[in-house]
Design a protein around this ligand. Structure first.
Ligand SMILES: C[S@@+](CC[C@H](N)C(=O)[O-])C[C@H]1O[C@@H](n2cnc3c(N)ncnc32)[C@H](O)[C@@H]1O
Length: 203
């Protein structure tokens, strides 16, 4: 009994240590841990994302850090004859998402392997951009926001989603708003509770 308690305590300490270390060292969620991004999320629902993004058919959307494509098929259907650019720094994530879209017969999504701090798109070419559970993984979030501002069209929207439950890279709504304002992206409301929100911004 005492031995089991000891093992449990050691496991908890190790888990807490890993969580603390990861929080201090922003880095991409490895493909090997993709199970964490595939678990259904009761708060960051596609319906709430749709409300925050306010997409119209025919728009050009940029999803930064799609992971295994939790939201991508929804985006592809919401834009109709528009296009979705997905950008990730892990090829396995892009391949996973593209296979999913292929199975669904969706052809309006293009993948790019790149870092969010150097977006391979022209100035003012995107109607809306999003990153969900990604911002806290980027060591230089301000550089990423400056790049997003550059590629957004005038009046273009950005949605940042973050969830505190189980994500060591959670960013508070207040912190995200300060970073975005500094980058010249103005707050346009949020959807969901403060611990699991989609925050909207406008250029
Ligand atoms: C936690 S996953 C989230 C995936 C998806 N957005 C979701 O909600 O399920 C974070 C994703 O962002 C990507 N990522 C992290 N930092 C990045 C960066 N600097 N540039 C591009 N992609 C990045 C990771 O490779 C990973 O696919």
């Amino acid at each position: 009994m005492i031995r089991t308690k000891g093992i449990l305590l050691a496991a908890l300490v190790a888990l807490g240590g890993a969580y603390w270390w990861w929080r201090r060292h922003p880095s991409p969620c490895p493909y090997g841990l993709r199970i964490w991004v595939q678990i259904p999320r009761p708060f960051l629902t596609p319906g709430r994302l749709r409300e925050a993004l306010a997409l119209s058919g025919g728009e050009q959307v940029l999803e930064i850090g799609p992971g295994t494509g939790y939201y991508t098929p929804h985006l592809a259907s919401w834009v109709g004859d528009g296009t979705v650019e997905i950008l990730d720094m892990q090829q396995e994530m892009l391949d996973h998402t593209m296979k999913k879209l292929e199975r669904l017969g969706m052809g309006n999504v293009s993948p790019r392997l790149a870092d969010a701090v150097e977006l391979p798109y022209p100035d003012e070419s995107v109607d809306a951009a999003l990153m969900v559970t990604v911002f806290g993984e980027i060591p230089d979030g301000d550089a990423a926001l400056a790049e997003i501002r550059r590629v957004l069209k005038r009046g273009g929207r950005l949605v940042i989603g973050s969830i505190a439950i189980g994500d060591p890279h959670f960013s508070s709504l207040g912190a995200v708003r300060s970073h975005a304002e500094r980058a010249g992206l103005h707050s346009a409301g949020s959807v969901g509770p403060p611990f699991a929100y989609f925050a909207s911004f406008q250029k």
